[in-house]
Ligand binder design. Sequence first.
Ligand code: ADP
Length: 334
Amino acid sequence: MASLTLTNVVKHYGSGKHAVPVIHGVNADIRDGEFIVIVGPSGCGKSTLLRMVAGLEEITSGEIAIGPRVVNDLEPARRDIAMVFQNYALYPHMSVFGNMAYGLKIAKVPKDEIKARVDKAAKILELGHLLDRKPRQLSGGQRQRVAMGRAIVRQPQVFLFDEPLSNLDAKLRAQTRIEIQKLHRELGITSLFVTHDQVEAMTLAQRMIVMNAGNMEQFGTPEEVYHRPASTFVASFMGSPPMNLLQHAPGARPGTLLGIRPEHLDVGSVGWQVVVDTVELLGAERLIYARLGDEPLIVRVEEGGAAPHPGDTLRVAPRADRLHWFDATTGKRL
Ligand code: ADP
């Protein structure tokens, strides 16, 4: 196990006047044993960042260290990392045991030791009864567990996960999320997990790196990112529906955006006067899409009582301790 330190990490694809900058200087001190999620929309540079840690992409400038060791110039096989991909990349002609053992065989680990490590990983992942099967005889979730098993037996310093759950259906995704958490509790291996899914990020991360167009917008715990977003980008990206951002709300200051999450608005007899556009029923709760003057406002309320109708006028009160203020020009939190 090891810490992972990124210092001013920059990546340009191509060179000279054709260089395309995609990572603009990322700094992160990841502690030994931490589970870190890198989250952001498609194209923001998540995979590039992960692949630079893995050694599958060169870094243009800056430094990456695993433990005390700077790994900039080390080839992937010597970095002591193991990677789990979205497509499980299992060998179809090998059994589950063969797939999990393969990397160790290549590394000339003694046979007894291989068997002991595979058996231990299979036990953790509940794959013990499937060791003789071929990948085609497994479900998608089981294949993903084999891919994780293959990474575990390597006993790496760092686990790298590249959107490993995106090929699974919603139910299996939720289940595998819980398994990954359990695995991390048991093994305590420093992990970097890439996803574009904010729910996955919120539920898995001890801390998360929120990326936007090659910049690290925020590095913090799920609570910090949700309750003290560093920018309007983070405020809108984390949370569904996103935070309301208002320019002309009563009490708003010039040059400043007022942010309030949909669940921090109370419908009652006081507060802002809004006009209802539509109402979405979600079972336990409902979303009211309304207008405050000419600005859209989403309100999340618990289900119960009569739902308002389009055209109705309501009063909604923002909770005073839940207001966020952002610079209207830079989008940064004030
Ligand atoms: P993400 O994983 O967040 O979807 P990527 O790291 O894959 O984003 O890509 C970041 C940016 O770098 C994107 O704009 C993408 O088009 C660009 N990019 C990725 N790979 C290459 C490449 N080999 N050459 C040029 N540009 C690339």
